[in-house]
Structure formats: C-alpha cells, structure tokens
Design a protein around this ligand. Structure first.
Ligand SMILES: [Zn+2]
Length: 478
C-alpha cells in the first residue's frame, strides 16, 4: 500500500513549501516569452534553469536543439529538454510534458504587480506572476515531487521521462518532429503520458480531462471590382462582394448554435450511457457559465447541456471579415474583396476530410443559388483533430485515486472545448494513453493580466503529481 509512503511524502512537501515557492519565484523571474525575439535569450536561460535543477536531482538530461525559427531565421529555437529520472526496469515508466516559455506580459497591460516577480498574497494565497500557472508551476511540480521524495527518503515509484518545450506559446515550433523522432528512442519505455497544462473546471475541485475538440478553420473570399468603390457613385451598378458574403455566412449556423450544413450532425458519435453518467458528479452551475460569459446570453439553460455543447458537440463560429469596413463612422465604401472566416469545433467521430467535403459542398451549393457574377474562393486554412481518451484506463484510475487521496473528493471528468495539439501528437506517436492532469484552477487567468496560481493548487498539486505516480505504479498491467 502506498499510504504510509505517501503520508511521509506529503509531510515532506509541506515542510518544503517555502523552498518550492522560492523555486517558482526564480522561474517566474526569468521572462521566457517565446513570442518576443528580444527575450529569446531568456527562454534559453529558463531552459538552462530547468537543466540545472534536474541535474542537481540526479536526472539524466538531454537538450534537443531545433535549429532556426522558420519565420525568424535569425533566431535559434529554444531546445526541447528531455530528462529521465530512474532506470529501474522493474518500475513503470511514465512520460510527462510541460512547457517553460510564457505569454508576453507588460505591467502597462494592467497588471497590479510586476509580471515577472512572483508576488504572494499571504491572505488569499494567490501567487501572481506570468507563467505561475501556465506552465511553470506544473513543470516545477514534477521537479518538486522528485526532490521531496529524495529528502523524505521515499523510493520514487516510477521511472519518470520528462519533455519540456520552450515554444508552446508560439505554436510549438519543432516539437512534433521531436516527439515522433523520440517515440522509439528516448520515450520508448513510456507506458502512459501525463500532461499538466490545462485547468480545473472551477476553483474547488480537481478534474481529469479526457477529451478535446478539434478545430477546422475555413475562409470564403468574394471578389468583384478591381478596387474599393464609392457607394454614391457605384451603388446599384455593381454586384457587391460583401452582400454575397453576408448571405453565404448566414447559411452556416443559426443563433441557437445549430450547424446548418447538411450531414455534419450525422458524423457525431452518439452520447453513451457511460458518458452521460460522468456528468451529474461535475460541479458546474449556470452561474459559472454566466460568470465566464459576463452575461446571461446563453443558448442552453441546463448546466449539463452547456457542458455538452462546449465539449462533445460540434459548434460553428463566424470570426470575422477581412477587407470589410470596421472602423467607427459612416464610410460609404463598397469593399472590392472580402474574406469571411469561420471555424468548426469538431468532435468524435468527425473525420476531418468528411467535414471539409460537407463544408465545401454546402458553400458551393449556396454560391450557385446566389447567381452572382463575382468570383468565389473557399479554402481550409488549418485543421487540428479532436482527441478523446478512455477515462476508464488505468492511467486515469490512478489519477482519480490520487485526487481522492490529496483532495478528498472524486475528480470531475471533463473534456475541453478547445484544443491542445500536443496531446494528440503524443498519443499518435507513442500509442499510449494520455491523461490531462491540471494543477491550476479556472480563475488563474493564463494568457491574461494578473495570471496567478493559488498556493494550495501548487503545494497540493505537487502532492497530487507525486501521488499519481505512486498509484500509477500500483495499477495492474493491462
Ligand atoms: Zn500552457
């Protein structure tokens, strides 16, 4: 039973709380903003920081260089840091992923504190700083867990493989190739994957995430006249591209969220009883959605329907029109060429080629109905596939037990409406179950001003990551 060992480990984490917070403060102090060329040396510095911490704990570390950045050939890409802790053939091997770069942040953006100084509010336990929750806290959580085991004299339960990248906030440039390349090398012993880079559904109860929606992004371009025209001169004489585009966009979705493209609904996997049974346990109310919307303009008035609409059914959003007049005032322009952009969030079992085929067939039919002499072009701009894992897999069972041990409650089993592309890459490259085990809560404000991580989430989260590894070591081989 891991119980006694776990209690010893937990006590050690509590004893080391201050030193773990100092570690986070040192990491937050390195402004490793991947999107800012001027700060690229800091991204490298953050990578070095991790290498040093990992080596000090006795981990084997390798840095995979990625060469130059394609859209900024003068910049070197920061390395993917691969580490291995433990070489015991009798133990399970678990692969974990995190990222050490952060989103940009300037005090002037509206931060109450210096973004690159961890500022701990002792009263609320909130620790403010860029990267605190996304994703330095979780990355350091794994390092903390190793250190606390050593200090407590508790045998580390698994061999831990780590993959930490420095370009996540800039499209994970170069990462996919490394994962595919290392699947049969550095990662070959991995029996399951754990990613800690998303958030609880609320603020009180941890969750395990087993699904993500995909995204297929499209554009429709309508062009007619050679240049923008004045409506006083040409209005009524020219076939206006914007009129055609508005009609086309209007055929895609209604304001109740129903996608009006023939055949799309038929691609969606039916909801199973097993899946339905996961919903009632989830702590989520209409007030939660009102708060995150900042309004009550919801489509569904039942919390389970809201979650299903967000996670497991497709949605279509119209994002914008390039080339349209959008400034304040009353400019009487007739735009010569406009591009409408929309995307579909996809879910199991929508095959991406089928979605494209149905979307294009629909647009072509609607274009024909317009009987217009404008020129039309429609294309797929990018596509990322959905992901879903079995929440009954031993990887999830272990994490669920760990949540119960540390937090005293059964976790929410959640999906997310957005995508984390690396999840699918790991699953496809390793062929192993992938678990998303978040540390931060829904109010952490990753990517926004005043990003924070609660002390509770960081410290109990460090316990959680360690406990997960103990339970994973005990799960039966299937
Ligand atoms: Zn992140």
């Amino acid at each position: 039973m891991p119980s006694e060992k776990l209690d010893t480990y937990f006590k050690q984490v509590d004893v080391m709380t201050d030193s773990f917070i100092n570690r986070l403060a040192s990491a937050v102090a390195i402004p490793s903003v991947s999107a800012d060329p001027a700060l690229r040396p800091k991204v490298f510095a953050m990578g070095d920081f991790l290498v040093k911490e990992l080596k000090a704990l006795g981990a084997h570390v390798e840095a995979r260089e990625l060469g130059k950045q394609p859209d900024h050939p003068e910049l070197d890409l920061p390395p993917v840091i691969l580490a291995r802790y433990g070489e015991d053939k009798s133990k399970r091997t678990i692969l974990v992923y995190g990222h050490y770069d952060v989103q940009p942040a300037l005090k002037e953006d509206g931060w109450n504190t210096e973004p690159f100084e961890l500022s701990v509010d002792e009263e609320t336990g909130k620790m403010f700083g860029r990267g605190s929750t996304d994703d330095k806290g979780p990355v350091l959580g794994w390092i903390n867990a190793i250190e606390a085991h050593q200090k407590a004299g508790v045998d580390f339960p698994v061999n831990l493989l780590m993959c930490f990248e420095g370009m996540e906030e800039y499209g994970s440039e170069g990462l996919d190739d490394v994962i595919r390349e290392e699947a049969s090398k550095f990662f070959k012993d991995a029996e399951a994957v754990c990613i800690s880079d998303n958030y609880w559904l609320g603020t009180e109860k941890p969750c395990l995430t087993y699904g993500l929606r995909g995204c297929s992004y499209y554009s429709i371009t309508v062009s007619g006249p050679a240049a923008d025209l004045h409506s006083g001169v040409f209005g009524g004489t020219v076939t206006e591209p914007m009129t055609d585009l508005v009609k086309l966009l209007g055929t895609l979705v209604d304001n109740k969220g129903n996608i009006l493209i023939d055949g799309i609904k038929d691609l969606v996997a039916p909801v199973t009883e097993e899946e339905l049974a996961l919903y009632p346990n989830i702590s989520f109310s209409m007030d939660d959605i009102y708060t995150s919307l900042g309004s009550k303009t919801v489509i569904h008035d039942d919390p389970i329907k809201v979650l299903q609409a967000r996670w497991r059914f497709p949605s279509l959003s119209i994002h914008g029109v390039e080339g349209a007049f959008y400034n304040p005032g009353a400019k009487t322009v007739i735009p010569a060429k406009v591009t409408g952009k929309f995307s579909i969030r996809t879910v199991p079992n929508m095959e991406l080629e089928d979605v494209d085929r149905l979307v294009f067939a629909h647009i072509d039919r609607e274009i024909a109905k317009l009987n217009s002499n404008n020129t039309f072009k429609r294309e797929l701009m990018h596509a990322g596939k959905w992901w879903v894992a079995s929440p009954k897999h031993w990887n999830f069972e272990a994490a669920s037990k760990a949540v119960q041990k540390v937090f005293g409650c059964v976790p929410d089993f959640t999906r997310e409406g957005g995508s984390i592309p690396v999840t699918l890459t790991f699953e496809q490259a390793t062929g192993k179950n992938v678990l998303l085990l978040p540390m931060g809560s829904s109010t952490d404000g990753a990517h926004s001003i005043n990003e924070k991580l609660d002390k509770r989430n960081y410290i109990e989260g460090t316990k959680l990551l360690g406990a997960y590894l103990h339970y994973v070591a005990e799960e039966k081989q299937v």
